[in-house]
Ligand binder design. Sequence first.
Ligand SMILES: *[C@@H]1O[C@H](CO)[C@@H](O)[C@H](O)[C@H]1NC(C)=O
Ligand SMILES: *[C@@H]1O[C@H](CO)[C@@H](O)[C@H](O)[C@H]1NC(C)=O
Ligand SMILES: *[C@@H]1O[C@H](CO)[C@@H](O)[C@H](O)[C@H]1NC(C)=O
Ligand SMILES: *[C@@H]1O[C@H](CO)[C@@H](O)[C@H](O)[C@H]1NC(C)=O
Ligand SMILES: *[C@@H]1O[C@H](CO)[C@@H](O)[C@H](O)[C@H]1NC(C)=O
Ligand SMILES: *[C@@H]1O[C@H](CO)[C@@H](O)[C@H](O)[C@H]1NC(C)=O
Ligand SMILES: *[C@@H]1O[C@H](CO)[C@@H](O)[C@H](O)[C@H]1NC(C)=O
Length: 914
Amino acid sequence: MRSFILLLSLFCTTSHQAYAALSSESSSTLSGSASLPPVSDKSSSAPSSSSSTFGSSSFSLPKLSSTLSSLSKSTPSSISASAASSSVTSSAATATSSVSGTVSTVATGTSLIPSSILTSSSSTSTGPPTEPLPTPIPVSSFAFSPFPSPSSDAPIPGIYPVASPKNPPPVESPGLVPDFAPAWTEAYKKAKAKIAGWTLEQKVNVSTGVGWEGGVCVGNTPPIEDFPGLCLEDSPLGVRFADFITAFPAGINVATTWRRSLFRARGVAMGEEHKGKGVNIALGPMMNMGRIAQGGRNWEGFGADPFLTSEAAYQTILGMQSSGVQACAKHFINNEQENFRTQESSNVDDRTEHEIYAAPFLRSVMAGVASVMCSYNLVNGTYACENDRTLNEILKGQFGFQGLIMSDWQATHSTVSAIEGLDMTMPGDITFNSGTTYFGGNLTEYVLNGTIPESRVDDMATRILAGWYLLGQDSPSYPKPNFNAFFPLDPATNQHIDVQDDHAKVVREIDGASTVLLKNVGGALPLKKPRNIVLIGSDAGPAHIAGPNEFSDQGGVDGILAMGWGSGTAQFTYLISPYEALQARARQDRTTFNWFFNDYNQAGAANAAIQQDAAIVFLQSDSGEGYITVDGNAGDRKNLTAWHDGDALVNAVAAQNNNTIVVIHSVGPLILEPWIENPNVTAVLWAGLGGTETGNAITDVLYGAVNPSGRLAYTIAKSPSDYPAQLVAGGVGNQILNITYSEGLFIDYRHFDAANIEPRFEFGFGLSYTKFNYSNLSISKVGGPDQDTALEANWAKGLPSPSGEGSSIALWLHRPAYSVSFQVQNTGKVNGTEIPQLYLNHPASAGEPPSILRGFTDVALCPGEEQTVTLTLSRYDLSVWDVVTQSWIRPQGTIGVTVGASSRDARLKGKITM
Ligand SMILES: *[C@@H]1O[C@H](CO)[C@@H](O)[C@H](O)[C@H]1NC(C)=O
Ligand SMILES: *[C@@H]1O[C@H](CO)[C@@H](O)[C@H](O)[C@H]1NC(C)=O
Ligand SMILES: *[C@@H]1O[C@H](CO)[C@@H](O)[C@H](O)[C@H]1NC(C)=O
Ligand SMILES: *[C@@H]1O[C@H](CO)[C@@H](O)[C@H](O)[C@H]1NC(C)=O
Ligand SMILES: *[C@@H]1O[C@H](CO)[C@@H](O)[C@H](O)[C@H]1NC(C)=O
Ligand SMILES: *[C@@H]1O[C@H](CO)[C@@H](O)[C@H](O)[C@H]1NC(C)=O
Ligand SMILES: *[C@@H]1O[C@H](CO)[C@@H](O)[C@H](O)[C@H]1NC(C)=O
C-alpha cells in the first residue's frame, strides 16, 4: 500500500538500529568458515555432458510416436474435454476478447511416462523434485492473437511517472504507480528486431530449456547466435547451490517485519547476488497464500493475507529487478499444499481467485515483473501450465502481463500448453533426463502442421527476449554464469565468486525486525544483566554432526533451524547459532552461561534450569517441499505441535524456573496451548526462519538492542481445527485429488472473525518493549490532476467498468482515491517502531469477511514522540471482484475503516461515504 510519514522526525537522539552495536564475534565468524556445498548425489553419478540429448545444437524434428493419439484416449472420461473447454469459453466471453473463439480440435492428451524413466527420488536427493506419474488431462485450445501492450497514459508527476525496472521509484513514494509500459514497449521493440531473422527452430529453442543438468544453472536455455541463452536459478531466499552467497531470512520473516523498506532492501541484496553469479532469472519471490497452516512451502511466501503478500512481493520484485536480475513471481496458481501437488485440482471460484490468490500476481505485474512460473497442480481440472483461463485470460489479459510464463520444473504436460499461455518449458525435458520435450521439435512440428500458429512462437520468443532487454541483460558487462549448481567442485565452471558484500547487515536487521514478541510479563524482556542464564533445546545450538549444510537442500534439522527444506533454499556460507551469539553477549555482563541441548531429557533440562535468572527454551518446527520427507513430514507438516517433544520440554523447565522464556523457530503457526498460560513462562518470541544471522538477531531482541516490532503474518489458533481449511491427505494412483476451496474469501483471520473464533494470537499481533497511542483519525477524498472522471464516476456508482487488456492494472483503479490520516505516539520509555494497520469493514451485502487488511506502515518513534501517519486507499483497494461483469466494482453502502495495532486491536474507526 502507499503510505507515508508526514512528519519526518525519523531519528531519536539514540540510534534505533541494533547493528550499531554489532559485536566483533559475528564478523570474525564471517571469514574463514565458508565451505563448499556438498557434492550432490547426482554429481557423482551423472556426467554433465551426457545429461541432455537435445541440447543447444541438436534440436530437430522429432519422430513422433504413433502412440500419441491413442494415448490421449486414456484420458479419464470423467473429465471430459468439452466440459473443460466450455467452462473456459463461457468465462472468456465476458473477459478479454482477444483470446476467445475456437479453432479446430487438437489431440491434446499427454502421454503416460513409464515410471522407470523417472529420476528416483529419495530423502536426500538433490535438486528439484521428481514427480509421480503425470496424468493426462484434456485442455481446451484457442486461436492465438498476441496481446497488445497496454497503452500508457500520459505521465503524471508524483502519481504516474514513467519508470524503468532498473530504476524504480524509491520505497518512500506514497500513492505512486510507476509506469513501466514504455520500458516494456522499448524491450519489445528490441526483442522483435532480434528474432526477425531467426528460423522457426531458433525461435522454438528460445522457449525450450536444454534439459535437467544440461547447463550450470537449475534451468538453462540454449545460446542462439549472439544471444547467450538464459541462466535460471532458485531460490526466493538466496542463490541456491552456490558458494560465497548470503542465506537471507525466509519470505515468512520478511512478511512479519511489515516494513516495505526491508522488503525492498532484501530484494536489492538478493538481486545483486544473483546477478553477481551470472543468473538471468532468479526464481522468486514465492507468493502462495498459506491457505492451510500445514502447507509445506508456506515459509517461502509472505503469510496468509493477500494484501500483505502483494506488498511484500511488489517491493521484493522492485528491489531484485533494480539490481538487474529478472524476478519470477511464483507459483501461479493455487499450489497450496505439497501432498499430491502434481495431481491435485484446486477448485476455486472466480471471485476468490481474483481477490485472494491472484492478487499478489497482479501487484507483481505492476512491479514490472519479467517472469511468472506456473505451478504443478491443476485448477478446476486443468493443469496450471496449460490453463487458458488463468494464464491467458487473467494474467496476460486482465493483468496485462507482458513477460514470460515458464513452467515449474516438469510441470509442462503438453505441446498445446503453448496456446494456453505457456512461453517456456523448464527444465526442458518432459521428465528429468528423459531426452524428450513437449517443446523443441514437438513444438516445431505443431507449427508446421498448422496446429499452433507461428505468431504464437514469435510471441513466446519476444516475451522471453523482452525480459532480457528490459533488465539490460544484453549489456556485455552483465556477468556470465560463474558457478555450477550441479558440480560445485568443477574448477572449470565454478569461479567461487564472493557476492556477499555486506548483506549480513540486511539479514540481521530483517531478522531482528521480523521477530514477534507474543508474551512478555513482569518485564521479563529485555534481559537486564542476568547473573546466570541457561539455553535449553537443540534449536539453540549449532548442528552437532556436520555444519550448517549437513542435509542436502536442508532436508533435515540438526541444531538451529534457520530455513525450511526443498528447492527454496540456499547453502549457508556460515550460520550463527543462538548459542554462539548469546554466549558472546553474556560475557559482556559477566553472566554465567550454561546450556542443555538434549530435547528428550526433560529431567536433565529441568535440573539445568534451577535457580537460573532466566531459562531460554528454543522450540522448532520444520517443513518443506514434498520430494523430501523428514521425520514423517512429507513436505507438509503432519501436525502443528513443536518438534522433539518441545511442549513437554517447556513445561518441565517451567516447573523449575519462574522466568522461562520461549523462542520459536518455526515455518508456520504452532499450537502453544500446552504452556502459553503457564505463569512461569514469562516471555515468548516467534523468530521464524532467520537465515544466516539467526543467533545475532535473537540476541539483539533478547537484550533490547532491537525493540521487537514484528507482527504475525498469520493467525496462531488454539486448536488446529479452528483453521478454515485443512491439509487434504491421501490421493491414489493416477486419480486427481480434488481440493475445493470452499472457505472462499475466508482464509486465516477472515474466518476467525466471521465465525467468531477466538485465536490465541491474531493476525497482525505483536508486542513491543514500549507502548503506542493512536488518535485523530481523518479520512478525505484525494483529488488531483487528470482524473479519469468518467470511469471514476462510474465506479463511484457501483457500476462495472470495461474489462480488457490490462484493465485490472489501469491507473484510475490504482491511483490514491482516499487518504486516511491519524496520529501515533510512543507513550512508553524506550524507542520503538509501531506498525499501524488499516482494515476495511465492508457492508454485509458485499459478501466480504468482517475485516480485511488494506494498509499498513511502520513508524519509528522516540519516547513521547508523536507522528502523523497517512495511508492511501485506491479504488482497487475498496473494490470487490464482480464475477458477472469481470470487473472491480465498489460495493454499495458505507465502507468502514478501522485503524489499529492488529486485526483485532482496533484503535480508531471511521468510514468512507460517497
Ligand atoms: C475430481 O473431480 C473430477 C471432476 O469432477 C472427477 O472426475 C474426479 O473423479 C474427482 N476425483 C476424485 C478422486 O474423486
Ligand atoms: C473454476 O470454476 C469456478 C466455478 O465454476 C469458476 O468460478 C472459476 O472461474 C473457475 N476457474 C478457472 C481458472 O477455470
Ligand atoms: C513429443 O511429445 C510427446 C508427448 O506428447 C513425447 O512422447 C515425445 O517423446 C516428444 N518427442 C520428443 C522428440 O521429445
Ligand atoms: C500436428 O502434429 C502433432 C505432432 O506430430 C500431432 O500430434 C497432431 O495431431 C498434428 N495435427 C494435425 C492437424 O496434423
Ligand atoms: C522466582 O523464583 C525466584 C527464585 O528462583 C524468586 O526469588 C522470585 O521471587 C520468584 N519470582 C516470582 C515472581 O515468583
Ligand atoms: C509432530 O511432528 C513432529 C515432527 O515430526 C514430531 O516430532 C512430534 O512428535 C509430533 N507431535 C505429535 C504430538 O505427534
Ligand atoms: C514456577 O516455578 C517455581 C520455581 O521458581 C515453582 O516452584 C513452581 O511450581 C512453578 N510453577 C509452575 C506452574 O510450574
